[in-house]
Design a protein around this ligand. Sequence first.
Ligand code: C2E
Ligand code: MG
Ligand code: MG
Length: 558
Amino acid sequence: MNRTEFTVDEMKTHLDQLSGTYDLARVVDPIECRILELHDDGSISMNKKCYGIWNADRKCVNCTSSMACRTGCHQEKTEQFDNRIFDIQSDPVTLMMQNGEAFPAVMELVSIRKEGSSDPSANDREAENRGHSAAEFLALHDHLTKVLSAGPFYEKARELLDEKPELSWVMISADIMSFRLINTLFGVTKGNEVLVTTAAGLDGIASGSGGICGRLGGDQFAMLIPESAYSSSALEDIAEELYGSFSSGIFTFCVHFGIYSIDDPSLPVSVMYGRANSALRTIRDDITRITACYDDEMLRRTLFEQEIISGFEDALGSGQFRMYLQPLVSDSGRIFGAEALARWIREDGSVVMPGEFIETLENAGLIHQLDRHIWELAVKQLREWQGTSMEDMTISVNMSAKDFYNMDIYDVLTELIERYDVDSSRLRLEITETALLEEPEKSGMIVSDLQNRGFIVEIDDFGKGHSSLSLLKNIQADVLKIDMSLLNEIESDHRSRIILGSVIDMAGRLGMEVISEGIETVHQLESLRSMGCSNFQGFYFSPPVPVGEFEKQCLNAV
Ligand code: C2E
Ligand code: MG
Ligand code: MG
């Protein structure tokens, strides 16, 4: 069965069927860490605080079910406790209660084995090869890829560094570009094959040199190897091989490596990995580069990121994050709305741009706090404009892909417009195509709920990444915002003009309004006009400005 939504009755029947196959089949609420009891009358009650019966090593925030709940995806893990091995699978589900309310939960399927009692299998053979018992092997290694899991990788790395202080070591992080898209475009089986093949290649390099390889999460791998054995060409060879195996007409496979030569072995291993990863991030979107080494500039960047994270909550609380507005202009030159863009105005008056902090806040799991703050500023502003000549203005706010995991977007937005008594159609929601592609089903559902509640949904940055036409088929957004990267070439390149013209035409036929972002020159404006686009945003009209200045622009335009 491949469904995520069940009535309480359906779930009871489903669990009954599964209980023949698994030692334990149940639904849990990972947010409050409780087992859910499903009753015959369709109601749900919760028993016992904390459902971990096994000795989950990082209960509760990182147990399989919490992970499943946060990522919205199937998760698997093995735990050992009391001489038994628990193979746990967690799948996010939604329970529909009798009163029509949806209850987000996780279905847990657990198989319990006695330690050492597993069948002779690939795990045994792997274990034998590496001098472990099968049970030890399972506990230390990732089930899918057979390389070390995150915790054991960190522990073994520390052991190696301490045991062989005479050696110089390098920490390497590896990451598959747009891995989620592989799952979305080709299915989970293909995604798994990619992970297994990648891990095998990396593990070959690591174990051949006396080092180790681990899977730290999703598509993130780490290696610790002696510096003497490190060669960037070996990494490039692997990248080339994987590219040959997995690229296709619609997808370019690319794996990136970040390299940190460990100059201070006393640093926590997680910091070493973080440095390797900082190097990786500098080339993450660049398919022409495979490796990047950590350097002083990255150390500066790392320290700056730490400063952003540690100063964020105070800065947010003291109003240092402001909303700037950039006008949206119609064909007739009328300003009909604005995009809200965050600016961090520090105490010394310096302005930090979103490019400096958005990604850091996303990685630190903090972006939803900023977004909620900017959304509230936008709604408050719409409220202030009510009854004035600005009351027809709309404000478009940005959403991060991470918001879909970290908060209930629908609840937050509806609460805001109700509290400030603002018409939901005045608040437009900009969602990037990446966010929509990463979790197409989940985001699709949220988008249609928001539209039903009257919000206008815009696809932001269309054309910036792996634009997928199927996105336009599946997500019925109201507005398409064309990214400036599609505009760059139109003046000189005939083919780009044809593509852009077709996108505008297609959006029109799908009933979507089109806004072209990043208009800088009158030529761009005229070209876009001739292609049928009639809404614009860009420095040609105005950069993002403080609210007061935006209001002046609107009044002057009247
Ligand atoms: P975006 O949503 O695509 O916003 C448009 C960006 O393009 C803005 O950059 C804007 O200043 C810039 N821009 C507008 N017209 C022109 C032009 O003619 N030429 C050029 N070169 N640039 C132009 P900004 O404000 O630096 O924001 C960058 C990105 O940061 C935004 O891209 C958005 O993805 C993100 N962002 C900004 N504020 C927020 C926020 O509150 N929450 C979230 N999640 N993301 C935000
Ligand atoms: Mg935007
Ligand atoms: Mg944009």
